[in-house]
Design a protein around this ligand. Structure first.
Ligand code: 5GP
Ligand code: ZN
Length: 138
């Protein structure tokens, strides 16, 4: 199913043109219009899913291998030395387009830090308490 009001549904299904790297029956992989680095790409399923929690199991199983395939091609063709697979869920996590997508961000030697955080601290008691909370909702 697609959503008429969703820009990524339109791009994924070719209604709006994009710079496409790869396409099959279920996915389109495009270059991001606001790249974090040279070659930054997005994997878009052709069906509409809001985020990873909404994702169909068959599509989910194909996303990671597709990310690896595109990332490997980037390493060969763009001379990046690595890549990040990044996937945001929810506004607080940085999601701005509410159609599931995975970022493939090529990384270059001495390039800027793109995905990073400052490690915090947590006591063993805190870790145990948090783990119990999450486990009770699985
Ligand atoms: P999010 O922040 O939701 O994880 O990522 C959305 C991404 O989509 C951003 O990196 C943004 O640059 C990209 N983007 C938003 N609109 C368009 C568009 O119309 N075309 C393309 N190619 N990328 C887009
Ligand atoms: Zn959509």
């Amino acid at each position: 199913m697609t959503d008429d009001n969703c820009i990524f549904c339109k791009i994924a299904n070719g209604v709006i043109p994009s710079t496409t790297l790869y396409e099959d029956e279920q996915f389109r992989v495009i270059l991001d219009l606001g790249p974090a680095s040279r070659g930054h790409a997005l994997i878009l399923p052709k069906q509409h899913f809001a985020d990873v929690c909404d994702l169909d199991g068959e599509i989910a199983a194909k996303v990671l291998p597709l990310g690896a395939k595109i990332g490997a091609a980037m390493k060969k063709s763009l001379e990046c030395s690595g890549f990040n697979l990044v996937q945001n869920n929810g506004e607080s996590a940085g999601q701005t387009v509410f159609h599931f997508h995975m970022h493939i961000i090529p990384r270059y030697e001495n390039g800027p830090s793109i995905v990073s955080w400052t490690p915090g601290t947590a006591s063993p008691e805190e870790l145990a308490q948090i783990a119990e909370k999450i486990k009770s909702s699985l």
